[in-house]
Design a protein around this ligand. Structure first.
Ligand SMILES: Cc1cc2nc3c(=O)[nH]c(=O)nc-3n(C[C@H](O)[C@H](O)[C@H](O)COP(=O)(O)OP(=O)(O)OC[C@H]3O[C@@H](n4cnc5c(N)ncnc54)[C@H](O)[C@@H]3O)c2cc1C
Length: 476
């Protein structure tokens, strides 16, 4: 039932784009994995930060919950509303201007709804690099990237979204506009408030624009896919690559054979560059400041030593941008291919890099013993100690039945994460998916501090309620 009085009141407060027709609202109401589906009072699409402030003031006056949404590619159920139909979805899609580029200061100011790929292209047009890079970059937004503190494939060299942000413009939960768009590398003037909003998953305020760090573009890049026997061999290769390449090593991605098989099965253009099958693969990329010959010589020396040392069994090195794109397609299509394959259980864990092989070996063994035939779809940012430790049902097992075992599968994985002093969410966030597990695992002191911050910045509890932190109702 549409609350027409409330919608008329919202329309009086905000004259911009307001979506109420169910068929037009539909794409905003379920998440990328189609795991959570909700309802909304309305979807609002402001054009300016001032519009966002008006909407939030109206929400305060009417006690209406707000679910900020960027590209809706999040994987933890944080960007879609609950089924009550009482919240508005605040889509930032139309706040999509790059406001300025300062090539000398190496900064760019982008509005929250800018698509990540658009920001990368704008930086490139000024001969600069914006290094945040992830498979969803064609649809995720800067606001979403910062709100989830996104990682991606170049964290190893450039850091995650938090480290790429110098300043923010934010509309507070009460509807005030804070201009914190400083482009400074040094600024010790009290609490660094931007860090509260980064990674907050829309629970503390709405990011409307960000000042982002740019870097020099690399003069040359080398991409290679190495085939190897185990994550232990991958760790050996990582150490060797860092010794040879130092900070020039920009990506180091591990994939188990099951990942490659899923991509080959579901992504039509994908090709296995090797004639034999291998248990594991590492996609490495190096960015060189000095040029192609220098890059190639260093890279080949490193790969030669890796072969000699028995760390890798085979390798292909891309000799063109097109070949590099083909290798990357194997890595970047895993999430998509796994979604096409059907329901699966996802984990986004991190452990100290040195423990990652033991984590995989021990956790695989426990899961394979408890859930015979379970398929380990393990891939991710090995260079950051972060794996997407996903599992798919054994062939022939009913996916719905498999999903019912999620709590038991999670218990095995999270026990192992705790044993290795790791994290249950390295880069995707908490959202709804891991809210209760996170609350159970955090120390009471840490949880209470988080709740104090939430109450201070969002006293009415309107910002993305029930995401990240449990609510009074969810605890009942
Ligand atoms: C194929 C695929 C690959 C992926 N690979 C990676 C990866 O390698 N690394 C990684 O970190 N993530 C990855 N992700 C997850 C996802 O893309 C990121 O979390 C991304 O940063 C989300 O951006 P978005 O604009 O889609 O945000 P949304 O999904 O719309 O929102 C995510 C969260 O941010 C909040 N939010 C959005 N915009 C704002 C705003 N302006 N102000 C306040 N809160 C806001 C939402 O309320 C929600 O809590 C992947 C996802 C897919 C589908």
């Amino acid at each position: 039932v549409i609350d027409s009085t409330k919608i008329a009141s919202l329309r009086a407060a905000f004259q911009g784009r307001l979506i109420t027709a169910p068929e037009e609202q539909a794409p905003f109401l379920f998440d990328w994995r189609k795991r959570w589906k909700g309802r909304a009072l309305a979807v609002v699409q402001p054009d300016t930060a001032q519009d966002v402030a008006s909407i939030l003031r109206w929400c305060n006056a009417t006690h209406t919950p707000i679910v900020p949404q960027g590209g809706n590619t999040g994987l933890v159920g944080a960007s879609t509303p609950d089924p009550s139909g009482t919240a508005i979805v605040l889509s930032l899609a139309r706040l999509n201007r790059v406001r300025s580029v300062d090539a000398i200061n190496n900064t760019l100011v982008a509005e929250a709804g800018c698509i990540l790929a658009q920001v990368q292209q704008t930086a490139a047009a000024h001969s600069r690099l914006f290094p945040l890079s992830l498979a969803a970059e064609g649809s995720c937004t800067i606001g979403g990237n910062l709100s989830t503190n996104a990682g991606g494939v170049q964290v190893l060299r450039y850091g995650n979204a938090r480290e790429l942000c110098l300043g923010l413009e934010v509309v507070t939960a009460q509807g005030e506009l804070w201009d914190g768009l400083r482009g400074l590398r040094k600024d010790n003037t009290g609490y660094d408030l931007k860090h509260l909003f980064i990674g907050a998953e829309g629970t503390l305020g709405v990011i409307t624009a960000a000042s982002l760090k740019l870097f020099a573009q690399p003069a040359a890049q080398m991409t290679s896919l190495a085939a190897l026997r185990s994550p232990t061999h991958a760790l050996g290769l990582l150490t060797l690559a860092q010794k040879h390449l130092g900070p020039a090593l920009t990506a180091f991605e591990l994939m188990s054979r099951n990942c490659i098989e899923l991509v080959l099965r579901h992504i039509p253009a994908a090709q296995d560059p090797f004639s034999a099958q291998h248990p594991h693969y590492v996609l490495l990329e190096a960015s060189d400041a000095e040029g192609q010959d220098h890059a190639q010589a260093r890279f080949e020396a490193m790969m030669h030593e890796a072969l000699e040392a028995g760390l890798i069994d085979d390798a292909v090195v891309a000799s063109s941008l097109q070949q590099s794109a083909h290798l990357w397609a194997l890595r970047e299509n895993i999430t998509e291919a796994q979604a096409k394959e059907g329901k699966n259980i996802k984990h986004d864990i991190s452990v100290p890099i040195s423990a990652i092989d033991r984590f995989v070996e021990q956790t695989n063994a426990t899961l394979e013993q408890r859930f015979p035939g379970i398929r380990m779809v393990v891939f991710g940012h090995l260079g950051d100690g972060n794996l997407h430790y996903n599992v798919s049902p054994a062939p022939g097992v009913d996916p719905e039945q498999f999903m019912q075992q999620e709590p038991e599968v999670n218990a095995v994985v999270y026990e192992a994460v705790a044993r290795f002093s790791g994290s249950i969410s390295a880069e995707h966030g908490i959202g709804l998916l891991k809210r209760d597990t996170n609350a159970a695992l955090k120390s009471p002191v840490e949880l209470a501090l988080m709740q104090t911050i939430k109450r201070a910045l969002d006293p009415l509890g309107l910002m993305n309620p029930g995401r990240v932190l449990p609510t009074a109702e969810s605890l009942r």
